[in-house]
Ligand binder design. Structure first.
Ligand SMILES: Nc1nc2c(c(=O)[nH]1)N=C([C@H](O)[C@H](O)COP(=O)(O)OP(=O)(O)OP(=O)(O)O)CN2
Ligand SMILES: [Zn+2]
Length: 135
């Protein structure tokens, strides 16, 4: 029997959507107000799901304290109150769209979690804009 357990997290970050190899006009045409050189911020809401089987002895799929600590060290400490374009190395050459942020988070967590867990990342950039990534 497999089951999915979730841990929610939150971070606040600034970003700007643009490509350096495009003109300001082209960036404005494609990314609209999100390409404004004055960075803007979002309150990102994250849901991390781990799918696996329950340990018979403990009744745990994973100790949620362990998951909480990994999300804190890999996501919150790296992204919270940061300018993603400027301060987070993963986005130096990667547009910090909600899609790309979710993929970066998945990759960071994949490196820290046992491969017996399948990982689902649900990331809300705004209350109505969100992405789900499962690798
Ligand atoms: N495919 C994507 N499209 C857009 C992204 C993205 O990451 N991937 N990001 C943005 C903006 O950064 C932002 O998410 C949009 O902000 P805003 O227009 O303020 O948000 P809402 O659409 O939710 O606001 P409403 O009140 O619903 O109009 C744009 N596109
Ligand atoms: Zn934005």
């Amino acid at each position: 029997m497999s089951l999915t357990i979730y841990r929610k997290a939150h971070f606040n970050a600034a970003h700007r959507l643009f490509r350096e190899d495009w003109s300001n006009e082209k960036n404005l045409e494609v990314f609209g107000k999100c390409s404004n050189p004055n960075y803007h911020g979002h309150n990102y809401e994250l849901e991390v799901g781990l799918t696996g089987s329950i340990d018979k002895e403990t009744g745990y799929l994973i100790d949620l304290k362990i998951l909480k600590d990994i999300i804190k060290s890999e996501v919150e400490d790296s992204f919270d109150h940061k300018n993603l374009n400027v301060e987070v190395p993963e986005f130096k050459n990667l547009n910090p769209t909600v899609e790309n942020i979710a993929i970066v988070i998945w990759n960071k967590l994949r490196a820290k979690l046992d491969t017996k867990y399948a990982i689902t990342i649900k990331l809300y950039e705004t209350p109505r804009n969100f992405v789900v990534y499962t690798g």
